[in-house]
Write a protein that binds this ligand. Structure first.
Ligand code: FAD
Length: 400
């Protein structure tokens, strides 16, 4: 049986869901609020669990080609002293998939092209929905109404539809730090070209991750870089002051950090106050599934927000397909499928949201003694502990 699936939001969550349902032969329409999709932020580290979903959706080879080759991890003290340096190869072997640091624009375009522009309507702002056991109708700001068998809500961290699905107001919470992120030309002066380097100290962090050439052999290699600084909420976001601000925050840090600060292009930089939401008790309403950041906005300190959106998408399409095959009546099949989606995802994403917040707090000096303890541990780290933590997150996913 083929369903009409309506997806709200053409971010990596909504597009992954669209693709997953298309693969099973369902008719999918994606409705996106903006006219021109421009991903905010420079890049993303797609960890192995996200890449595994991309392989299932037929995009894994493209993603691997477009991404950087990150083989090592190094932690350095803010003044440049090496704390630890280890290989990621044992992790990739254990989980049978490497990680893929990739430009957001490249990932977005890959997903968009795979779904097909003819299935995506831009400039469509969903404002509400009503649903019952027989179907769902979504309402748009221009007065349009669209009916479907299933509504997938993937409208991001600022989701306006989430409250209705959950049945109560859900507020985003400030995690306590600001992140500046940008891509820069990769040079050995900044970091080894295959290493994810992180400088830590003073409850701040600077990260450089290898992005490769974006699949273009003639292009320059790039690093995805970010700067984290604990700050009060609502500090001014003034692009003209980014360099000056970062010079102040990172005064006295290593030569590589100073070089980075002098070389980035402010026009390509994003500055984000990091927020998350409390783990939610449910991700479904009748004929409606919530996924991606709308369902589990999280601190980026595990690099899992996008990966979890992809897992959601994969699981949702799988459970719907299985129920349609096993259960004779479509209404009952969808009811059971959404229950199964809830069971599969609420615990998994809730734990990751909570772990991401704990890690964000540890990295950014929420309890200074714990942050100092982490710095001390990093100087004794041989890679085993870090790899095990990442491995646990990856193998806990639906594709193992
Ligand atoms: P979004 O990408 O926000 O997409 C939602 C879409 O819905 C948007 O296009 C929006 O315009 C549209 N929309 C909103 N409202 C409506 C409406 N009413 N009607 C129609 N359309 C609507 N994740 C990782 O996996 N790895 C990382 O390394 C990583 N690093 C990160 C670093 C930072 C600094 C941040 C902030 C996040 C990071 N993340 C990372 C998280 C990742 O960016 C998000 O989890 C991911 O983008 C969520 O995708 P989404 O599709 O759920 O939401």
């Amino acid at each position: 049986m083929s369903l009409n699936v309506l997806v709200i939001g053409a971010g990596m969550g909504g597009l992954s869901a669209a693709l997953a349902f298309q693969q099973h032969g369902h008719r999918v329409t994606v409705m996106e609020r903006v006219e021109d999709i421009r991903p905010i932020g420079a890049a993303i580290s797609l960890w192995s669990n996200g890449v595994k979903v991309m392989h299932q959706l037929g995009l894994g080879t493209t993603i691997e080609r477009l991404s950087g080759d990150m083989q090592r991890m190094r932690y350095l003290r803010h003044d440049g002293e090496l704390l630890s340096d280890f290989s990621l190869t044992p992790l990739y072997e254990d989980v049978e998939q490497r990680a893929c640091p990739i430009a957001r624009a490249a990932l977005q375009q890959t997903l968009f092209d795979a779904v097909g522009a003819e299935h995506i309507e831009l400039g469509q702002h969903c404002v509400d929905y009503v649903s019952n056991a027989d179907g769902v109708t979504a309402f748009f700001a221009d007065g349009r109404q669209v009916t479907a068998d299933l509504l997938v809500v993937a409208d991001g961290t600022h989701s306006k539809l989430r409250n209705k699905i959950i049945g109560r107001p859900v507020e985003r919470q400030y995690v306590g730090y600001v992140n500046w992120n940008v891509r820069v030309q990769a040079t050995a002066e900044l970091a080894p070209l295959d290493s994810w380097d992180q400088y830590v100290g003073e409850s701040k962090r600077v990260s450089l991750m290898p992005m490769g050439t974006g699949g273009n052999a003639d292009a320059e290699q790039e690093f995805y870089c970010f700067f984290d600084v604990p700050l009060p909420a609502n500090t001014p976001n003034e692009p003209a002051r980014y360099r000056e601000e970062l010079r102040e925050h990172f005064s006295g840090w290593s030569d590589a950090v100073q070089t980075l600060i002098e070389h980035f292009d402010s026009a390509r930089m994003a500055r984000v106050e990091i927020h998350d939401i409390e783990p939610l008790e449910t991700l479904i309403d009748t004929r409606v599934a919530l996924l991606g950041d709308a369902a589990h906005g999280m601190a980026p300190d595990l690099g899992q927000g996008g990966c979890q959106a992809m897992e959601d998408a994969w699981v949702l399409a799988q459970v719907v397909q299985k129920a349609l095959e096993d259960v004779p009546t479509p209404n009952e099949a969808l009811r059971q499928a959404l229950d199964n989606y809830n069971t599969a995802r609420v615990k998994r994403v809730g734990e990751i949201v909570a772990r991401a917040r704990t890690r964000a707090q540890m990295i950014h000096g929420h309890t200074p003694a714990l942050t100092q303890n982490w710095y001390d541990e990093l100087s004794r780290e041989d890679g085993q502990g870090v790899r095990e933590g990442i491995k646990k997150t990856i193998l806990g996913g639906p594709l193992g």
